[in-house]
Design a protein around this ligand. Structure first.
Ligand code: C2E
Ligand code: CA
Ligand code: CA
Ligand code: CA
Length: 279
């Protein structure tokens, strides 16, 4: 029998319509979420590889949606980037992270560093430097405690402009790191020219570091490069004691992952810090 292309077409376009509608709905919901203050942060500790003590925390955004409940960033950050919502959202994250850090310190917490993820669009488009300057000023946080995590792909788009921007940020005395290192395209040449302070090895390489010689070779090489360039090196996604021991023995400075701590609520983080002090 002959196919009926019109029926097929209608079906296809109804599907397309649904997809488009879902996207528009999500965009709308994200703007509303910003307006209604539905985003919140969790904090994942980053520990010193030698002492095991918490040296820093990474702020990770979540969305408490009235309909969907708790939504993780992978489900909304791409859309936030595409639509530009990431610029006000990223500003909110920076501001909240710094205010919290300041608050904790005023409550007698020892100085910790705070890492904040910066999306490509935020770095390229938004006036990041000005936002950071304002946030630091308004929160009264020591800028030396604030760390920005950028990804390789957002840095190599326009190298000269990137260097100028990074220098301006460095002028504020904040530190800068490359997140998910090893997954992008950075050449060592760029790395040498960028005024950065740390590299974070992507968790994809950490996953099999104890089993696969190839992964181990990559991890060893990244640590070697970092050392040669006098960069601080952090491993993310550490899930076992074997991984932690291997990375520490290889000279990784700091470790982060479920083996130590999952992302924690503010209350839980403060508890963990208190327990640590009593040990
Ligand atoms: P990321 O920056 O690479 O953050 C690390 C992610 O790995 C977090 O997921 C964290 O919960 C997860 N993780 C940490 N330790 C382990 C481990 O041992 N094993 C495994 N399997 N996973 C681990 P999360 O919170 O879902 O965040 C996902 C991504 O969303 C982040 O990846 C980051 O790219 C983005 N993101 C989160 N918060 C923000 C933000 O405020 N701004 C921007 N621009 N992006 C954000
Ligand atoms: Ca990160
Ligand atoms: Ca990462
Ligand atoms: Ca990642």
């Amino acid at each position: 029998a002959k196919k009926r292309p019109d029926v097929e077409f209608c079906f296809y376009s109804a599907q397309m319509n649904q997809k488009l509608q879902d996207r528009m709905r999500l965009e709308f919901d994200l703007w509303m979420a910003l307006d209604r203050d539905e985003f919140f942060l969790e904090y994942q500790p980053i520990v010193d590889a030698r002492s095991g003590r918490i040296a820093a925390v990474e702020a990770l955004v979540r969305w408490m949606s009235p309909e969907k409940g708790r939504v993780m960033p992978d489900a909304f950050i791409p859309m936030a980037e595409e639509t530009g919502i990431i610029i006000p959202l990223g500003g909110w994250v920076l501001n909240t992270a710094c205010l919290k850090l300041r608050q904790w310190q005023e409550a007698g917490c020892r100085p910790l560093r705070m890492s904040v993820n910066i999306s490509g669009r935020q770095f390229v488009r938004g006036d990041l430097c000005r936002t950071v300057e304002e946030v630091v000023e308004q929160s009264g946080v020591d800028p030396a405690l604030l760390e920005l995590e950028l990804t390789e792909t957002c840095l190599i788009k326009n190298v000269d402009e990137t260097i100028a921007k990074l220098c301006r940020l460095k002028g504020l005395n904040v530190s800068i790191g490359i997140d998910d290192f090893g997954t992008g395209y950075s050449s060592l040449q760029y790395l040498k020219n960028f005024p950065i302070d740390h590299l974070k090895i992507d968790r994809a390489f950490i996953k099999n570091v104890c089993e696969l010689p190839d992964e181990r070779a990559i991890v060893d090489a990244i640590i070697g490069i970092a050392k040669a360039m006098e960069l601080h090196v952090i491993a993310e996604g550490v899930e076992s004691r074997e991984q932690a021991e291997y990375l520490a023995q290889r000279g990784c400075d700091e470790l982060q992952g479920y083996y130590y701590h999952r992302p924690l609520s503010e209350e839980r983080l403060l508890e963990v810090l208190r327990e640590e002090r009593m040990r």
